[in-house]
Write a protein that binds this ligand. Structure first.
Ligand code: DUC
Ligand code: ZN
Ligand code: ZN
Ligand code: ZN
Length: 457
């Protein structure tokens, strides 16, 4: 049955008007004032805000990492995302040392296919660029995986050196793809970790002290420079700090565009969390939380158009898994749960507190990611012919975040007890009501793999 969303305030990255939306099958069939119901199921959106489905381009579901697996599966992670208004996520495939990209793709497909509740895509993390991998780039692009992730840290497991970086960038450029980076200086971090451990400084605070701002600023500048040399389109994931953003600013001075993602936690949480030796492990992630001055830089960067995308780096571990590092910060699995609350947190703390406009909110939670990662205009906007991925927000409704009520498979939340204003009410994914008044209406297997096109931003 068609669905008619009546009288909502419909907001995209560049428009804002009260109108009706007619959904037929999986897509948006009509937009306008006073559309006739003609037998459609009517959802009254009076007083509500309707935005395009959120896109979180940075999640790690069931990821093998630091001797364990992140605790959300494709099923639990994408369902939690839907609850919070994120209809599409992009996860990272990790190439295994000595193995092909194809075999890594198959491993990830094995976990995702038939299990996701919400839509998903993949990035390919190239952890060993060699002549064989080089041959595979074109083939991976043809699978609809058009972004290639690099790690400039995590030596031995994930990190590539600059020679591999140049080679990968040249090859990806040839095929019109995008190279992204976890831009932190792995050698410098490893040196600081070793120094802290040698001195018996083992609490979560030393996770933070082992990754000072310079480790990120240096790698961000180097990544931008190598990208500029090769001419590839570059994107920095989870940028956290002033020093790193200044490197991006510097790149703009030579007319280079380096795309930037930050994550919601870097806007809202700060490094004082690490002083709690008991609970600090909850927010051990890489890069670490930073300072208040960095939060100010990031909010400004969003409004300056330097920060393009808001992700989460959702990589949850149960508390029991975090305890693997109770004697040594370097053994705490890095990551925290976040995918469910990205949209509501930004709405409450960004829009409602007057830091960003509603259009900017849509731009960084959905539209820019759709464009950069080759899904626009199928995803990321509200237009005729687009997927009917729609989020209805009640702008005045308050709710409290708690691990007791969230849907992520994780037994704590860094936002425990936070009261937010503005709540996701109803979510449609490809024309189906996926979330209705807090209840999931679609199940395992509804989520589809999204074959992405080339970046178009
Ligand atoms: N950082 C994290 O905190 N978790 C997963 C990988 C990463 O880079
Ligand atoms: Zn919520
Ligand atoms: Zn990372
Ligand atoms: Zn990540």
């Amino acid at each position: 049955m068609p669905i008619l969303l009546k009288n909502g305030r419909v907001v995209t990255a560049d428009s804002d008007a009260v109108c009706d939306i007619l959904v037929e099958g999986e897509i948006i069939a009509a937009l306008g004032r006073n559309l006739p119901a003609n037998g459609a199921e009517v959802i009254d959106c009076t007083g509500k805000i309707v935005v395009p489905g959120g896109i979180d381009p940075h999640v790690h579901l069931e990821m093998p990492f630091m001797g364990t697996f992140s605790s959300d599966t494709y099923e639990t992670g994408t369902r939690a995302a839907l609850h919070g208004g994120t209809t599409t996520v992009i996860d990272f495939i990790l190439q295994k040392q000595g193995h092909s990209l194809r075999s890594a793709l198959e491993e990830w497909q094995g976990r995702a296919t038939g299990n996701a509740v919400g839509d998903y895509g993949f990035h390919m993390a190239v952890t060993n660029f060699n002549p064989g991998t080089k041959e595979e780039i074109k083939e991976i692009m043809a699978e609809g995986i058009t972004s290639f992730k690099t790690f400039m840290a995590y030596k031995g497991a994930l990190m590539i050196d600059d020679a591999q970086m140049v080679g990968l960038m040249a090859e990806v450029k040839k095929h019109g793809g995008l190279v992204t980076a976890h831009a932190t200086n792995g050698d410098l971090i490893d040196t600081l970790v070793a120094q802290h451990r040698a001195q018996g400084l083992l609490t979560p605070l030393y996770h933070y002290r082992s990754q000072p701002e310079v480790t990120e600023a240096e790698a961000s500048g180097r990544f931008a420079d190598i990208a500029n040399y090769t001419g590839v389109q570059a994107y920095i994931v989870h940028l956290t700090c002033e020093g790193a953003l200044n490197q991006v600013r510097r790149a703009t001075e030579r007319n280079q565009r380096v795309l930037v993602e930050t994550c919601i936690q870097y806007l809202l949480l700060d490094a004082s969390r690490y002083e709690d030796a008991a609970k600090g492990a909850q927010v051990v992630m890489s890069p670490p939380l930073r300072e208040k001055k960095d939060q100010a830089t990031l909010w400004a960067g969003i409004n300056q158009g330097l920060v393009n995308v808001l992700g989460t780096d959702h990589c949850p571990f149960m508390w029991e898994q975090k305890l693997l590092g109770k004697e040594d910060f370097s053994k705490i699995p890095n990551g925290h749960p976040a995918v469910e609350h990205r949209v509501e947190l930004l709405f409450s703390e960004g829009v409602n507190k007057g830091r960003i406009t509603l259009n900017k909110f849509v731009e960084i939670t959905s539209t820019n990611a759709a464009k950069i990662f080759g899904m626009f205009p199928r995803k990321g906007t509200i237009s005729i012919g687009a997927d009917a991925d729609l989020v209805i927000i009640d702008p005045n409704k308050t709710h409290i975040i708690s691990a007791a009520t969230h849907h992520m498979n994780c037994d704590y939340s860094a936002y425990e007890g936070w009261e937010l204003t503005g709540k996701v009410d109803t979510v449609l994914l490809r024309g189906k009501v996926a979330i209705d008044a807090g209840k999931a209406k679609v199940g395992r297997g509804y989520g589809q793999f999204i074959r992405r096109g080339k970046p178009n931003f």
